[in-house]
Every structure is written in structure tokens, then in C-alpha cells.
Design a protein around this ligand. Structure first.
Ligand code: FMN
Length: 332
């Protein structure tokens, strides 16, 4: 209940911010379904952050958070969140106590993404209200190296604020498991890539719907163009296979480096090894781009409205957590 109170929501499900894929329609749909939406607005100018907040407010009057990336310029963006009086800010890719303190002083609820219990302690000492424990199973950029199953209880034991579990949670079974580990809620990424509202290319969506749990690959610096030194998990594809065949060579020595493989909707080139989420209007060899995905992808088999995904996950988790389930498991 502490999470529901902190975020003033009805259902303890948060939509993972997914740069490119989670735009205002998806985030608003999650908010309007009783969850908490998180909109990625990092990499934008201060003015664009303001416009992004206004656009989302046109679609929902519920609480949401803005996701900022601490390894890119974030100070002006954070000030805009404060000026606009958004409910929350989600900080990832770095641990900056001063950013947490500034957000708190500005009246925001702070969600801090971590990969270890030690980071969770640092974040809560600086005032973070909610900790997002991101396990290694997660899709997209993956901060830590510990799996969700091991990370969540370690973080829960380390801090006295609500912990949200992220990474590999794609259905009600995962949600129930996370709650049994002590989490107060879940943060869903890959499953929501298969929502009607996600803004991803058809080729990417098809691969998500077909991929198995063994089809993703974690790499330290495969898709490092535009964002170096940032480990990530994506679907295996012709780019990752070519790189493996070449002996996982270091950046600068990989096959076809610098080759243009497509174009963004605005005409800008997309090059091989670029950190880029292909949008519906992206053109070129989309299969060869960074198709971010978590290991929970094998549970993602159908496109559904985000509200139905949220509802289904909650209903299943509720049923599994009821005493009926334990009666099935234990004879006494
Ligand atoms: C396509 C995609 C883009 C992502 N972009 C971001 C981002 O901009 N900010 C962020 O904090 N996390 C980002 N992530 C990571 C998610 O927040 C989350 O930790 C992850 O999706 C959880 O694991 P799951 O995919 O197994 O549900 C992204 C993940 C995906 C799949």
C-alpha cells in the first residue's frame, strides 16, 4: 500500500520508460488504467521537456513521472519538471545524490533506478521515495549485473522505502513472484512493447512476438554509437551475429562499422551499432538495428491495448497470491 500512497495510483504497475517506444499515448494509457506511467524525456531540450509534459497532460489527468538520464545533460530538464510541477521524476544511469536532493527540494517524488543494494542505500539517504531495482534480465540499457530474483530481496532488505521490481516481469506470474520477494510493485518494459500504443517498427514488433527467452543478448558495448559504455540487452540479429562471428571484436574493429543501415523518420542516418529504437516510420534494414528486449520476451505473444495488459497482469497476480494457490502447492 505504501507504493500506491506514494504514487497515488490504484494498481502497483509502472510502465518502464522506453526511449522511442513509450510515447505519450502509451504512458497515458497506463495512467488512465490505474497504473503509473513514466515518460522518457531525456535527450530533449528544456523546452521540449516542457512540451512533452504538456502533451501528456492533454491525455491524462493522472500522476506520472518524467524519466531523465544522469549520464546526459539533465539539470535544465529537471528544472523544467519542477517548474511544471510534475508528480515524479525517474532517474537512471548513474547515482547522483545531488539530483535526488534537488528534485526533492523542488517537490517531486523521486524514483531512483539501481542495480545493487548499496546504490539503493545511497539513493534513499539522499531522499529517494521509491527504488526501482533493475535486474539483469531487463531489456534496453541494463545498469547492473544482478538478476531480478537475487536483486529485489537484497534491495528490499537494504532500504525502508517501497521497491519496484524491473527486469523479466512480463505477466502476472512474474508480478506475483516479485511481490513474494518483497517488491511493492513492478516496472514493465518488454511486455508493453507489444501494446497497441507502443511506437515501434513493425519488423521489431514481429520479432518481439516470435522471440524465445534465449534470443536476447547482453553486451557491454555492441550498440555504442551515440551512447558509449552503456551495457544493454537486445534481440540477437544480423548485426550481433556478424559481430560474434568476427570474435566479438572491440569498437573500432567490428564488421561494417560506420555503415549506414537506415534512416530516421526525419531523414537522419542510422548507422550500424547505433543505440536507436526503430520507430514505425524508420526506413532501411530495421532487423539489423538495436532491437531492445528483455529475457521475458517469450511471454509476449500478442498485441493488446496497454490497459488490458495492466489489467491482465494485476488480475493474474492477485489470483496467484490468494490462498487458493498456496493450497495447491502445499499439502499442509
Ligand atoms: C525499448 C526499450 C527502451 C528503454 N529505454 C529506457 C529509457 O529511456 N530509460 C530507462 O530508464 N530505461 C529504459 N529501458 C529499460 C526499462 O526501463 C526497464 O528497466 C526494462 O525494460 C525492464 O525489463 P523488461 O524489459 O524485462 O520488462 C528501456 C527498455 C526497453 C526495452
Amino acid at each position: 500500500m505504501r507504493l500506491l500512497e506514494a504514487l497515488r495510483i490504484e494498481k502497483p504497475i509502472l510502465s518502464a520508460p522506453m526511449a522511442g517506444a513509450a510515447g505519450p499515448e502509451l504512458v497515458a494509457a497506463v495512467c488512465n488504467a490505474g497504473g503509473y506511467g513514466v515518460i522518457p524525456l531525456w535527450g530533449k531540450t528544456k523546452e521540449q521537456v516542457g512540451t512533452g509534459i504538456d502533451e501528456l497532460r492533454e491525455l491524462t489527468d493522472q500522476n506520472f513521472a518524467v524519466n531523465l538520464n544522469l549520464s546526459f545533460p539533465y539539470v535544465d530538464q529537471l528544472e523544467m519538471c519542477i517548474e511544471k510541477g510534475v508528480h515524479g521524476v525517474s532517474l537512471f544511469w548513474g547515482m547522483e545524490p545531488s539530483a535526488i536532493e534537488r528534485a526533492k527540494a523542488g517537490g517531486l517524488t523521486v524514483l531512483s533506478s539501481v542495480g545493487t543494494a548499496e546504490e539503493a542505500r545511497t539513493a534513499t539517504e539522499a531522499g529517494a521515495d521509491v527504488i526501482v531495482a533493475q535486474g539483469w534480465e531487463a531489456g534496453g540499457h541494463v545498469w547492473g549485473k544482478v538478476s531480478t530474483l537475487a536483486l529485489v530481496p537484497a534491495v528490499v532488505d537494504a532500504v525502508d522505502v517501497p521497491v519496484v521490481a524491473a527486469g523479466g516481469i512480463a505477466d502476472g506470474r512474474g508480478m506475483a513472484a516479485a511481490i513474494m520477494l518483497g517488491a511493492s510493485g513492478v516496472w514493465i518494459g518488454t511486455r508493453l512493447l507489444a501494446s497497441s500504443e507502443a511506437t515501434i517498427h513493425e519488423v521489431y514488433r514481429k520479432r518481439i512476438l516470435q522471440a524465445s527467452e534465449d534470443d536476447t543478448q547482453w553486451a557491454h558495448d555492441l550498440y555504442d554509437v551515440a551512447w558509449p559504455d552503456a551495457p544493454h540487452r537486445a534481440l540477437s540479429n544480423s548485426t550481433s551475429q556478424g559481430w560474434i562471428d568476427a570474435g566479438c571484436s572491440a569498437p573500432g574493429q567490428r564488421p561494417n562499422e560506420g555503415e549506414q543501415i537506415g534512416r530516421r523518420p526525419n531523414g537522419d542516418p542510422v548507422v550500424r551499432y547505433q543505440s536507436y529504437t526503430p520507430l514505425p516510420e524508420t526506413s532501411g534494414d530495421v532487423e539489423a538495428m538495436s532491437l531492445w528486449s528483455g529475457q521475458g520476451v517469450s511471454m509476449v505473444r500478442e498485441i493488446m491495448p496497454a490497459a488490458d495488459i495492466i489489467d491482465e497482469i494485476c488480475q493474474t497476480a492477485k489470483r496467484l497470491l490468494s490462498s487458493e494457490q498456496s493450497a495447491l502447492m502445499f499439502s499442509k
